[in-house]
Design a protein around this ligand. Structure first.
Ligand SMILES: Cc1cc2nc3c(=O)[nH]c(=O)nc-3n(C[C@H](O)[C@H](O)[C@H](O)COP(=O)(O)O)c2cc1C
Length: 490
């Protein structure tokens, strides 16, 4: 463990430290740690000589004069829990953005993560091991050939004892080393020895980022399964140049870590949501049926997006050729009446989203045997009757879910039809999509295609969403549902 020797402080500093430690009922070592933490946190506070103490402690550490462990500093870090129990190995590369790694450590520890840090030798030109160690409350690893570290932990254990390795900032050189399989310092050796996921947050001058060599390395690392966050476009700290190369902000990196470790907040956990999807098939006889062009892509994507936000999703799907979404309980039906029965059996629920293109009519006289073509008799006459209106049925049901959303696929008068549907069917929202050829969406159109442009019609008005993929519509709608359900108490 990295450490500092209090007895080597000069007398004046030592006396000040002793007094402060006594005032705060702490040991001198603990007082030193708290003050270093406060200094690197940027909160100088009411303590007069903190700069001098910090400088002295910094000098001592850099001269390797170590004896007192820099262990968990008491005080300000309050675990907020989203990363509770997770172990992150943070590798800090040698770029200007290394200063942001200090904030990243704090943000991770605030969320309950244990953070161990490896610093490249270039990184130590930008931030000190003292600051990093004080914030991470752990020893900082810097050398591959350090006899003590290798004996205590060892580079292999270091690389395996984490749940995730994060490289921030990832320099062009570090990316190049890993892309080419180098293991010539502790950082690259740990990266190549690990069996855990790796997230890189590159940061460099825009010209370096745009260089074909860096582009190649980025592509290779992506193929090798390395996840990336950023870089973003913006002003570069060192050069007053602007462009793509700024490291992602610490909170963006935290969000990427939460997503990779699948600990991101699940706003819909504990919520039960019914989704219908696909067409219905209304039989004419055992081999023929009336159907429509719905593929189920939008409804299935919505079911999957709701499940990702933690909802207990029950999907009632008409006949489709796509796979059941992961993490969703799917009930397969054929006809509108079966879909209605399945939905009603699933009540009560917190929300219901009716995406299925349910046939409005069915043949009342569908035949039990295949209808034969008889010369001279002409075509059979189908007597059409209305199918149950599943949306209206649930919208006015005694067990109506708190949130009811319908879809309106229209080829004309989109908004007027959607508005009428909203009122008649007792829905909170109608998601209106223009399924006409004039919608201008892709060669395959909305029905069957992968893209959609929807309007959200509610009593509050109409919200237009731009054209996007059906997955994006699903994610956005799931977020809207999560937001609305926050205000609905069941
Ligand atoms: C002032 C200064 C700033 C630098 N900033 C960056 C940077 O932001 N990104 C980068 O890839 N390299 C940067 N470099 C170059 C790296 O420090 C250099 O390539 C080093 O070998 C990287 O070592 P590492 O990958 O082991 O950390 C910078 C160098 C200097 C002198």
């Amino acid at each position: 463990m990295a450490s500092i020797t209090i007895r080597n402080l000069d007398d004046e500093v030592k006396e000040l430290l002793r007094r402060l430690a006594a005032e705060n009922d702490r040991s001198m070592e603990e007082q030193a740690r708290v003050m270093i933490r406060a200094a690197v946190d940027g909160q100088i506070g009411p303590v007069g000589r903190i700069d001098q103490i910090e400088k002295t402690l910094r000098d001592l550490t850099s001269s390797h004069n170590l004896a007192v462990p820099i262990a968990a500093a008491p005080g300000k870090i309050v675990p907020r829990g989203s990363l509770s129990g997770k172990r992150i190995l943070l590798i800090i590369g040698g770029g200007i953005a290394a200063y942001k790694a200090l904030d990243l450590i704090r943000r991770l520890r605030e969320r309950g993560a244990a953070v161990r840090v490896v610093m490249t030798s270039a990184a130590q030109e930008f931030v000190t091991t003292l600051s990093v160690g004080a914030l991470s409350a752990d020893h900082v690893f810097t050398e591959l050939f350090d006899r003590n570290d290798e004996h205590d932990v060892g580079h292999i254990r270091l690389s395996r004892e984490a749940d995730l390795l994060v490289v921030a900032p990832a320099t062009a050189d570090l990316m190049a080393r890993l892309a080419n399989g180098h293991a010539n310092d502790l950082a690259s050796t740990v990266l190549i020895a690990t069996d855990k996921p790796v997230l890189m947050a590159p940061a460099m001058n825009p010209k370096m980022w745009a260089h074909p060599a860096t582009r190649r390395n980025r592509a290779t690392l992506g193929k090798d399964g390395i996840a990336f966050i950023g870089p973003a476009k913006g002003e570069m700290a060192e050069s007053h140049e602007a462009g793509e190369g700024r490291m992602a902000e610490p909170l963006e990196i935290v969000a990427a870590i939460e997503a990779l470790l699948d600990v991101s907040p699940k706003p819909l956990s504990g919520r039960r949501i019914i989704v219908t999807s696909g067409p219905t098939h209304e039989p004419i006889d055992p081999v023929r049926y009336i159907a429509n062009r719905s593929s189920g892509k939008q409804g299935h994507a919505i079911a999957a997006a709701l499940a990702r936000l933690g909802a207990d999703v029950r999907l009632v799907s008409g006949p489709v050729t796509i796979a059941d979404p992961a993490g969703v309980k799917t009930i397969h039906v054929e006809r509108a009446q079966e879909m209605r029965d399945a939905v009603e059996q699933l009540l009560p629920a917190d929300a219901a989203v009716f995406v299925a293109a349910v046939a409005d009519w069915r043949s009342e006289n569908s035949a039990g045997e295949k209808i034969k073509k008889v010369v001279g008799e002409g075509p059979p006459v189908l007597r059409m009757v209305e199918n149950p209106d599943i949306l209206a049925g649930v919208g006015h049901h005694s067990q109506r879910p708190g949130l009811v959303i319908g879809f309106a696929a229209e080829t004309q008068d989109l908004l007027r039809n959607a508005d009428a549907k909203l009122r008649k069917k007792g829905a909170d929202f109608i998601v209106a999509n223009d399924v006409s050829h004039e919608s201008g969406i892709g060669p395959s159109g909305v029905m069957g295609g992968d893209r959609n442009r929807v309007r959200i019609v509610s009593k509050a008005g109409v919200e237009e969403w731009p054209e996007m993929s059906k997955d994006e519509v699903a994610a956005r709608l799931a977020a809207l549902i999560a937001e609305r359900l926050k205000t609905i108490v069941v």
